[in-house]
Design a protein around this ligand. Structure first.
Ligand code: SAM
Length: 307
């Protein structure tokens, strides 16, 4: 048992992101309102919707399921939904195609309550997509969602885990635990029910050398929803402990009126690299099989079904 194991063992579940705030008690960044506001602006810089995005990739499958499933509505889980970037993106794609109503019940699952609140608010205040589908924002995580949300047990038609969320699972035990939950969730009576695990190239050892570091510089982001706020994010420092990647940066919440710093945080994320060699074994162990693999703009997607 080397140092890699001990890094994983010091970290517990949702865990993975920590925050030091000079004005508040130490909590996860995913529980802070300013962080969620900053997150939405920041993520758009490198995860743009449109052709080649994970949203288009997932829409392709969702659209196929809508045309071919007997269930009505179909149940769709956005695992690690965060602020609903993908979920909202899917609704925007449907809207752009002239679809007024989707026969989908979405479950946006995330352990970060502030992320979920933000997701709900961003749907509810958007005239294009509000009311287009039924959405439950569920505070749970990848290891417990069928227990916390029994409606998803043996009743899930599509589950996707996108946007780097999968890399918050730090140990083989967590990864297999999550995949077993997926196996429990997928609707047994549906030959189409499947899960899409999206892995970004920056987390894949065979690809990462060719990936530019988008976070390597100071960036200033104007809040979309709070006109008086600007975020100043420091360059990331990335350090490695074997397959674990510690990503840290500072965030200043500034007043646009006088430039004063209202809050200052230091964030730290512990992320695991995707273990390409071990992955097929994890899938097998959980009672799943890989039915397809597909590259998209920022990485690779694995399509899994029950064995
Ligand atoms: C980088 S964000 C991605 C959010 C969203 N999917 C997107 O693409 O914008 C990662 C998310 O994973 C969530 N997360 C962390 N650990 C998790 C776990 N064990 N199960 C489910 N989600 C988790 C975090 O709360 C966070 O919202």
């Amino acid at each position: 048992m080397g140092s890699h194991e001990s890094v994983a063992n010091t970290l517990t579940s949702f865990q993975k992101g920590t925050q030091e705030d000079i004005t508040a008690a130490s909590i996860s960044p995913f529980a802070d309102e300013h962080y969620t506001d900053f997150y939405d602006g920041h993520i758009l810089k490198f995860m743009k919707p449109g052709l080649g995005s994970d949203i288009e990739l997932i829409w392709e499958t969702l659209h196929h399921l809508l045309l071919n499933s007997r269930a009505s509505p179909i149940n769709v889980v956005d695992m690690g939904a965060g602020t609903g970037r993908v979920l909202r993106g899917l609704l925007e794609v449907a809207y752009a195609q002239g679809i007024e109503k989707l026969d989908v019940k979405f479950f946006g699952v995330d352990p970060g309550d502030a992320m979920l609140r933000r997701g709900k608010e961003m749907v509810d205040t958007n005239d294009r997509i509000r009311g287009m589908a039924d959405i439950d924002w569920v505070e749970s995580d990848s290891l417990n969602f069928t227990t916390d949300q029994p409606a998803l047990y043996n009743a899930t038609d599509l589950l996707y885990f996108a946007g780097g969320g999968f890399n918050h699972l730090l140990s083989p035990t967590e990864i297999v635990g999550f995949l077993r939950e997926v196996e429990r969730a997928l609707r047994i009576s549906s030959p189409n029910a499947l899960a899409i695990i999206v892995i970004q190239s920056e987390a894949m050892p065979s690809r990462m050398a060719s990936i530019p570091n988008y976070d390597g510089e100071l960036s200033v982001i104007r809040s979309e929803t709070m006109p008086d706020i600007t975020y100043e994010k420091s360059a990331d420092t990335k350090t490695w402990a074997g397959p674990y990647h510690v990503d840290a940066f500072g965030l200043k919440v500034k007043s646009t009126k006088d430039g004063s710093v209202l809050k200052e945080f230091k964030f730290r994320y512990d992320l695991a690299l995707f273990d390409e060699e071990a992955w097929p074994g994890y899938v097998e162990k959980a009672g799943l099989r890989t039915v397809k693999e597909k590259d998209y703009g920022l990485g690779r997607a694995f399509y899994l079904q029950k064995k």
